[in-house]
Design a protein around this ligand. Structure first.
Ligand code: AMP
Ligand code: FE
Ligand code: FE
Ligand code: ZN
Length: 280
C-alpha cells in the first residue's frame, strides 16, 4: 500500500485535470494521494470527489511559496480545512502577486524584443495561480522559443532578463497559517532548495514534517533527510511532484511512499486537533 503526497493539476502549473490525475493514481494502485497545487486549494473539491469515486483516500493540500533568511522554501500543507477563510484570503493575495508578476515578466520579455502578450499567458494558464511554467509554455506555443528548457535557460531562470523576484510569504507565517487552518506543515524537497540551515528555525516555529522522498532526491539525500526527521522528530513524507505532461513524461508513479507514513500523518493531525480542542 502506497501513497503520493506531492501532485499538481492545471489549477497551478500541472497539465492534468484533477480527474485525469486521480485516474492515473488509481491505475497505479495508490491507496492515498494528496493534491499540492502552488498557492491554491481550488482543485481539492474535484480531486476529493474523483478519489471518493475511485475509492482512494484524498488528502487536501497546497504548496506555499515562502522564504526564510533569504532562502526560498516551499511549504506543503496537508489535511487543511479547504474552506478556512484566513488561509483562503492570504492565498488570494499571493495569487494576485503571481498575476502581477506575469505582467512584469512579459514586459521584461517585450523589452528583449519578444512580442509576447500577457493575455496569451493568462489564456493558456487559465488559473488563479499562474507561474513561470505558463510563460514558458506560452513562448513555445507562440513559437517565440524552441522548447521549455530554452525558455527557462534564456529568459526565466534566476538572473536571466525576464526573471522577476516574487514577493513571498515568510516561512514562519506559512507554518502558522497552515496550523490555524487545522493542517500540518511540511518542508518540500529540501534537497532542491538547499534549505538545511533553516530547518532548526522552522522546527522552532512548529514545522511538522519534511519531504524525504522526492523524484529529484538521490538515495543519499533521502537518507540525509530521514536523519533530520529523526533528529527533530518530524513526520516523513514523499511524492513525485508530478506536473503532468509539462516537460517530460508524467512523474506520477516514480515515488511510492509506504502507507505507514500516511497513517502517521493522520495520527499527528488527530493529536493536533485534540490539543486545539483542549485550548478552546
Ligand atoms: P514560479 O513559482 O512561477 O517561480 O515557478 C516555479 C515552477 O517552475 C516550479 O514549481 C517548477 O514547476 C517550474 N520550474 C522551475 N525551474 C524550471 C526549469 N528550469 N525548467 C522547467 N520548469 C521549471
Ligand atoms: Fe511547479
Ligand atoms: Fe516545489
Ligand atoms: Zn511541487
Amino acid at each position: 500500500m502506497f501513497a503520493d503526497l506531492h501532485l499538481h493539476t492545471f489549477f497551478s502549473d500541472g497539465t492534468f485535470t484533477p480527474e485525469e490525475l486521480v485516474a492515473r493514481a488509481s491505475q497505479i494502485g495508490f491507496r492515498a494521494i494528496a493534491l499540492t497545487d502552488h498557492d491554491t486549494l481550488e482543485g481539492c473539491a474535484r480531486a476529493a470527489a474523483a478519489c471518493a469515486a475511485a475509492q482512494m483516500e484524498f488528502i487536501p493540500g497546497t504548496e506555499l511559496t515562502a522564504e526564510h533568511a533569504d532562502v526560498e522554501v516551499h511549504i506543503l500543507a496537508y489535511l487543511v480545512d479547504t474552506q478556512n477563510k484566513v488561509l483562503l484570503a492570504r492565498i488570494a493575495e499571493f495569487q494576485a502577486v503571481r498575476q502581477e508578476r506575469i505582467r512584469e515578466m512579459v514586459a521584461a520579455l517585450n523589452q528583449q524584443g519578444i512580442p509576447l502578450k500577457a493575455e496569451a499567458v493568462f489564456a493558456l494558464a487559465n488559473c488563479k495561480s499562474p507561474g513561470r511554467p505558463h510563460v514558458a509554455r506560452a513562448l513555445v506555443k507562440e513559437k517565440l522559443i524552441g522548447n521549455l528548457d530554452e525558455a527557462f535557460e534564456k529568459y526565466l531562470k534566476k538572473g536571466r532578463p525576464a526573471w522577476i523576484p516574487k514577493t513571498k510569504m515568510s516561512a514562519l507565517e506559512a507554518v502558522e497559517l497552515i496550523h490555524q487552518a487545522g493542517g500540518l506543515a511540511v518542508m518540500a524537497h529540501p534537497g532542491l532548495n538547499r534549505t538545511d540551515e533553516i530547518i532548526p528555525d522552522l522546527v522552532d516555529a512548529g514545522l511538522d514534517g519534511i519531504e524525504c522522498f522526492h523524484t529529484k532526491h538521490s538515495t543519499a539525500m533521502a537518507e540525509r533527510y530521514l536523519e533530520f526527521a529523526e533528529k527533530y522528530h518530524l513526520l516523513v513524507t514523499g511524492g513525485s511532484d508530478c506536473h503532468g505532461f509539462s516537460k517530460i513524461k508524467p512523474l506520477i508513479g516514480t515515488i511510492k511512499l509506504p502507507y505507514a507514513y500516511v497513517q502517521r500523518l493522520y495520527a499527528a493531525k488527530k493529536s493536533a486537533d485534540e490539543k486545539r480542542a483542549v485550548v478552546k
